[in-house]
Write a protein that binds this ligand. Structure first.
Ligand code: ADP
Ligand code: MG
Length: 288
């Protein structure tokens, strides 16, 4: 499967432009992490990919065909976890998934539901009503419905919200397994979620794509732009962005990203998180 996004712009009816001239190609197999701060345009891009929204300009093609002409076909091949969606509170988890199977036109719903429950560790909760679930359990039900029928294109909008650390690790592994033969796109602003598993990262900021590449390529961009120094007493300020402050025995160790590091900072190897901050805050001033 191959998805081509070509020069797509999305302006909402109120006049808000959420994406500007965005181009991107995705081909299976891949696990793509879509990173960006709140309001960057991640959910808008994902809705465009599900044909839930139509772009105001540009084109999306699926295996060479314009999305508008193969919308039904795409939806059959797609599993989608929206950022927020209503679950049917009075149904049990199993009933809800069974209902979603019917909507998706899956004939063997028993098999599909059983498999999705297993993959999301929800087997013990199949008979529990959705209204009785915790936030993290609901999120797992959302992921389960996207997985029904093993679609070849999976889109997860902030899938790890509300999950505890152990569950996050579980899903990271699940996504990475699923991506061995599919296109999996997940959005997040948690770097840890994409750090070790994503083959491709797309950083989006204010409706512009700032970066497409591998995690190591992103890290390389920040080399020489990350430093640490001990902060004595009152905080220092300068032309840098603070990535973190950590208490140490000698005071506060301050980690910063900067176009040009201040003379009192010692340069260190960038982490993915530093590289992301560098890109968002300093790497692309013209995007502001
Ligand atoms: P993200 O998912 O990265 O947080 P979104 O795609 O939800 O970002 O939003 C991008 C921009 O589009 C934001 O400025 C947001 O306010 C705006 N926006 C999103 N949905 C709508 C909508 N339905 N109508 C108008 N503006 C919207
Ligand atoms: Mg969003």
């Amino acid at each position: 499967m191959r998805i081509e996004i070509e020069r797509v712009t999305m302006t909402y009816p109120g006049g808000r432009r959420a994406l500007k001239d965005v181009s991107l190609t995705l081909g299976s197999p891949c696990l793509v992490g879509l990173l960006g701060p709140n309001g960057a345009g991640k959910s808008t891009l994902m809705k465009l990919l599900t044909a839930g929204l139509m772009p105001t300009d540009g084109e999306i093609r699926v295996d060479g065909r314009p999305l508008g002409a193969c919308e039904r076909d795409l939806k059959r091949r797609l599993g989608y976890l929206p950022q927020s969606f209503g679950l049917y509170d009075e149904l049990s988890v199993g009933q809800f998934l069974d209902y979603m199977c019917a909507l998706k036109g899956l004939s063997d719903s028993r098999e599909a539901v059983g498999r999705a429950l297993r993959e999301t560790n929800l087997e013990a909760l199949g008979r529990v009503k959705i209204r009785a679930l915790s936030g993290g359990q609901r999120q797992r039900v959302g992921i389960a419905q996207a997985l029904l029928g093993s679609p070849e294109f999976l889109i997860f909008d902030e899938p790890t919200v509300g999950l505890d650390p152990e569950e996050r690790i579980h899903f990271r592994n699940l996504f990475s397994q699923a991506a061995q033969e599919r296109i999996v796109v997940l959005s997040t602003h948690i770097i840890e979620d994409v750090q070790s598993v994503c083959t491709q990262l797309v950083v989006i900021h204010k409706g512009n794509i700032l970066f497409v590449g591998t995690p190591s390529e992103l890290i390389r961009m920040a080399e020489g732009h990350v430093g640490v120094f001990e902060e004595a007493g009152a905080g220092v300020s300068g032309d840098f962005h603070v990535a973190s402050r950590v208490n140490t025995a000698r005071g506060v160790s301050c980690r910063v990203v900067a176009e040009v590091l201040p003379p009192f900072a010692e340069a260190v190897e960038p982490h993915l998180e530093d590289a992301y901050l560098y890109l968002i805050h300093l790497g692309h001033k013209e995007a502001a």
